[in-house]
Design a protein around this ligand. Sequence first.
Ligand code: DI6
Ligand code: FE
Length: 397
Amino acid sequence: MQVLDNLRLAGQGDASDLSEPSAIAIRDGLIAWTGDASDLPAEFAAAARRDLGGRVVTPGLIDCHTHVVFGGDRAREFAMRLEGASYEDIARAGGGILSSVRDTRAAAEDDLLAQALPRVDALLAEGVTTLEIKSGYGLEIETELKMLRVARRIGQVRAVTVRTTWLAAHALPPEYAQDRAAYLREVVIGGMDRAHAEGLLDAVDGFCEGIAFSPEEIAQVFDHAASLGLPVKLHAEQLSDLGGAALAARHGAISADHLEYLRGDGIAAMAASGTVAVLLPGAFYTLHETRLPPVAALRKAGVPMALATDCNPGTSPLTSLLLAMNMGATLFRMTPGECLAGVTLNAARALGLPDRGAIAPGLRADLAVWDIAHPAELSYRIGFNPLHARIVGGEFV
Ligand code: DI6
Ligand code: FE
């Protein structure tokens, strides 16, 4: 039991709100009470107290969409794109995702972990306490499972909750170039069964795009996920509009992600199903995308919006969730309050985690303590990290 004292709460509703000096009582890793210290219930009177010096406290940040486990890098491809090659050109020529697949297949499990940890540490250094990690650079069962094991090990060697997502439907590997149906059946669906049986899965994702999988193919993947009781989410409308978000919504998806090419029918479907829109400005920026996700229309329709890094070697080599917030504001015109909700409450919803993402009794005591005067500073600054401390399950780390 402990009491954090002399702090100001942000991140509940609009980030422009900042509470009067308050206290948080923590018991068994959960938030037990918050309020004015003079009202502290007697049951916490004997608890150890920690004075936070008037600092701002938010929920621990949640990066709800990453591909942070992968082998190698794609700096050469970055140079090719600057010389004019498009992301799709490179993918169709066997580069892109497939180049990371070669490096990920070749890496030993320990090596893959060693390559991922510096990226993870950069995220944690900015207050991340929950991290989603997708498979999808194996495209064969053993390597997909290896990625998921590495992801789960990250949650053991670092103080962070890791949620793992099956993304075998990320690209078609060359060995199945002549038989897409067999890839879906044997690797995407067969491997999902294996990963689920080994307890390695929290959700199922797919890449619905011309260079990846069609809505009909994704529907098969989603039906199988549903038969295993796994929630689904989708990379949708990133490069074109195939109706992926509406498909995801029809399957009760917890999120649809990217969404630059999303239109009104998809927005209405997401609003009706409560699907979170996960916006990924790092990919928008890296790809020199000019089509903006329809933020104003999502806002108007009441679709919850989250922000994430999409940390991946190709389209978003981004390991800063604070920079994703800044980009959400500056590039996508989200308000600072929406950006903060996007990496806390709505990111928790995008992962199907009702036990976190806000500061309220009964929720996990995952918190971030900041050296800032106002929560909007988290979105306003560029390349500056004001984190004072990270608290995970009630423990300072
Ligand atoms: N969309 C993305 O932005 C990443 N995956 C996806 O489906 C890109 C992955 C990569 O290029 O390695
Ligand atoms: Fe992604």
